[in-house]
Design a protein around this ligand. Sequence first.
Ligand SMILES: Cc1cc2nc3c(=O)[nH]c(=O)nc-3n(C[C@H](O)[C@H](O)[C@H](O)COP(=O)(O)OP(=O)(O)OC[C@H]3O[C@@H](n4cnc5c(N)ncnc54)[C@H](O)[C@@H]3O)c2cc1C
Length: 479
Amino acid sequence: MIFDSYEAYRAANFTPKVCILGSGPAGTTIARKLGAAGIPVVVLEAGSREFSDESQDFYRGTTVGDFYFDLDITRLRFMGGSSNHWAGWCRVLDKQDFEPKAWVPDTGWPIRRTDIEPYLPEVRDILDLPAFRPDMPISDDIRWVQLIKSPAVRFAEKFGDELDKAKNIAVVLNTCVTELAGDGKRVTGARLWSNGQDAGSFSADYFIICTGGLENSRLLLWSNQRSNGGVVPNATALGRYWMEHPTFEGGNAILADYNAFEVDAVNEAFFSPTLAAMERLQIMNFGIRLIETPYPGVKSLIADLACTAPSMAEWMSYQLSQRLRCAAQLYVAWEQAPLASNQIELSKTDVDHAGAPRIELHWKKTELEHRTLLEGLRLFGTTLIEKNLGRVRIADWISNGQDYPTNDETAGHHHMGGTRMGTDISKSVVDANCKVHGMDNLYVGGSSVFCTSGQCNPTTTITALACRLGDHLSKVVTV
Ligand SMILES: Cc1cc2nc3c(=O)[nH]c(=O)nc-3n(C[C@H](O)[C@H](O)[C@H](O)COP(=O)(O)OP(=O)(O)OC[C@H]3O[C@@H](n4cnc5c(N)ncnc54)[C@H](O)[C@@H]3O)c2cc1C
């Protein structure tokens, strides 16, 4: 059932066992799993069926540190959440992303990739994906990796009818949770905001926060402040270890034979390092996206390279006579180290219409991130030379150690960390089952539980974790 207002929902006398906050990919997936297990579940969704400026305004906030997107641009606050404008790039985090890495502090998950792999067939159904294919080594250092472009499933559109017909799922639109109350063991209620005013308190046996990778931290920070630590009793890591995928154009490549790589339908291919290469270079994971450049771009790149690197011009003129050659732009998206200082804080001066403090996001890239970008491109360049596949030209600003440009992609709109998973309560917020440490009935869904970011887009892993949490709760919750 879908209710357009909290009043309509109340009139229906539905009694939920579980309350999910947010109807994005995480919330919708968990609700469908619980509904299928016969557990009555309510999804409280702050927005309506469509975008509105009024709702989106709740997402405004500020960023301190590196240049970042406006916080009300980088996500959407209505039914289906940011799946309403995601691009649909899909890949599950690598096996190595879950492992601790001695050269990057605070890495390593309490679960392994094998813990989410059983859910991948379900994830493929949800995201309309073909089968995943294994990576192919190009060398000992570089792997060809698959990034599937899904049809960018809009969750509200795809699952709206199903949710509306489901007897044990109630989706309540235009109903925002402004804070949770708790006694340090259990969440005792949720404060609601609907129709521009306070709508009283809401109770259920279990609460699952799926309000997105920025908002999960904000809601818990504010709730915890209001309840004197009653919602997140061990809050040292709350809001901290926030991560993005920095994304910049890293240079160009001239390729001896574009067909040497597997390219997708739009002539793109993706490459990542092996764990051994990351360890040897003491860098993090990265993904190089190779995009074929139109012919005029090839000519100017060759002319440019001929001036700056005569030996390369020689190689190119030889290749020109041997094989069809083309050029490519190289975009790099890479892993950001989990740092306690990259964090979501509550603004001390600015509140939203419901009176909750807005987000102040502290975000900075470090030397390790710059090294990963530079060494990653060098590694890719060396591999192309060794295999006689091509040559790479690294953008000057990267080689010269200059500031990141502010007119480039910047990042992926991937909001990870803030309520990370772990066993050490001083460095994590939820346990391996996504349950908030010390709380009996509070869980978190979404990429805020990520311990590390890996290099790939997060929604495939978010959906797999949501299936796993749904499965777990269907065994825990008794009807
Ligand atoms: C431009 C763009 C492109 C992207 N492209 C990709 C891509 O190609 N591949 C990929 O993997 N990912 C991509 N992403 C990221 C992807 O959209 C997110 O990872 C995904 O939507 C997160 O799902 P979620 O359910 O955790 O959160 P969200 O989608 O953010 O959903 C949260 C929901 O909670 C609701 N809500 C918020 N606060 C409250 C509250 N207090 N009470 C009740 N409800 C609330 C919101 O209205 C929303 O419906 C992209 C994102 C953007 C912005």
